[in-house]
Ligand binder design. Structure first.
Ligand code: B12
Length: 352
């Protein structure tokens, strides 16, 4: 069950003072650390504690400690790549737990500390992350060549590779699923492991969006089904390629699609639903700390008088893949882990 958000609210409120307090507590325990930390390291440390509070709050709110476990696995990889010792991070988890005991009601503290303990275990035990595939060595040869071109900044070769493959008969669906998606995941993994820069990540993503747009003439060829759908990201969510891919799979299956992209205000979505009257609204979220926004968007859509009574709400993205029952708790009608499944599930939902 989704709780009323009180604990999450309290955890968010702690962001203004807890990071500093945890840093001081570390320094008190470890004077050597206090002596060697630069201002930059102190800032990073406090940002990390803020992040821990965000993911912890969201996981406890959703009643899904798995989300915090997954975050902790991710954090392990991310911080190990910049040589932060895991025992220091585990110590932070302990110190945060102590503060929770001091500040929260006993039953709230118990929930938070249980989630922290599960996360701490992952922090110390796991290699890499659970749900983000490590596909560097698993990429198919074309995806590997595509990635290689992007990493050396050669957008033209990447584009040619894809256009030639499609002209020679490769299905656009396969390009999306076997090239774009795994390459994007791999780019994320390389960034997380401190092996490529933020700039390279942005360049690769922008280049792939360009290549995708060149494939548009191949998308709009199927027979139309006279069914409309809208895809949107929630406010604050900047990851838009998953949503775009989902939309394109609907388009290729004959739906009339309306892709709204990243960071969409809830009021704008409601108004657009009233104008378009779609059969499906597909909501995408990648960052766990946007789950509250998903729940708010769903609640607002359902309570709007202009929402068609037979419209179904589909959700998807990273946190929903980590916690497969989350979609129910958050109030959606369905969830799909990928673009092809999304179309199949939508067809079933509207037929039911
Ligand atoms: C590109 C990218 C960005 C770009 C996005 C640009 C853009 N125009 O989209 C930018 C630079 C903005 C960005 C920012 C950030 N990012 Co980023 N990003 C990525 C990256 C590398 C690729 C995302 C992508 O394109 N995936 C490809 C698509 C096709 O896959 P997908 O989203 O999973 O979608 C599929 C399914 O999930 C599903 N699906 C998705 N949505 C929906 C919706 C419905 C309804 C359905 C049914 C299905 C469905 O179907 C899709 C198709 O099969 C990922 C790596 C990754 N593993 O995803 C990191 C990643 C998601 N980012 C990450 C992080 C940390 C961030 C930042 C916090 C970084 C920072 N410090 O600023 C910010 C947060 C921004 C924000 N507020 O949203 C982490 C998240 C880790 C975590 N534990 O949560 C990742 C995993 C990188 C990593 N390995 O560490 N990022």
């Amino acid at each position: 069950m989704i709780s009323d958000g009180t604990i999450k609210g309290k955890l968010n409120g702690m962001k203004s003072w807890l990071p500093e307090k945890i840093l001081e507590a570390h320094f008190a325990l470890r004077p050597d650390m206090a002596a060697r930390y630069t201002d930059h390291q102190k800032t990073n440390f406090k940002n990390d504690v803020t992040w821990i509070l965000s993911f912890l709050g969201e996981a406890v709110w959703a009643g899904q400690p798995a989300l915090f476990e997954e975050f902790s696995s991710w954090l392990r990889t991310f911080l190990s790549s910049v040589k932060v010792p895991m025992k220091d991070v585990a110590e932070s988890y302990n110190l945060i737990g102590d503060q929770m005991r001091a500040v929260l009601d006993a039953d709230e503290a118990e929930l938070v500390i249980a989630a922290l303990a599960r996360g701490r275990k992952k922090l110390l035990e796991t290699e890499g992350t659970l749900s983000i595939p490590a596909c560097e060595t698993m990429l198919d040869p074309m995806a590997a060549r595509y990635l290689e071109s992007l990493l050396i900044g050669d957008r033209n070769t990447a584009l040619e590779l894809v256009l030639n493959a499609v002209k020679q008969g490769m299905k656009v669906r396969d390009v999306y699923l076997n090239v774009f998606q795994p390459v994007q995941y791999e780019i994320g993994r390389l960034w997380q492991n401190n092996r490529i820069s933020v700039a390279q990540e942005h360049f690769c993503t922008a280049a792939t969006q360009l290549v995708m747009s060149q494939l548009y003439p191949y998308l709009f060829t199927g027979e139309k089904k006279n069914k409309k759908m809208i895809t949107t990201c929630v406010p604050g969510e900047l990851h838009e390629m998953g949503a775009r891919m989902v939309t394109d799979f609907f388009e290729m299956s004959g739906w009339d699609t309306y892709y709204l992209g990243a960071n969409m205000p809830i009021a704008g979505v409601i108004r657009f639903i009233g104008e378009i009257k779609p059969k499906i609204i597909a909501i995408s979220a990648t960052m766990t700390f946007h789950l509250t926004a998903v729940e708010e968007m769903i609640r607002a859509i359902r309570s709007s008088p202009s929402t068609p009574t037979d419209m179904k709400i589909l959700v998807g993205g990273y946190p929903f893949r980590v916690a497969p029952e989350l979609w129910r708790q958050i109030g959606a009608d369905g969830f799909a882990s990928g673009a092809q499944d999304a179309v199949d599930i939508a067809e079933k939902l509207i037929a039911a």
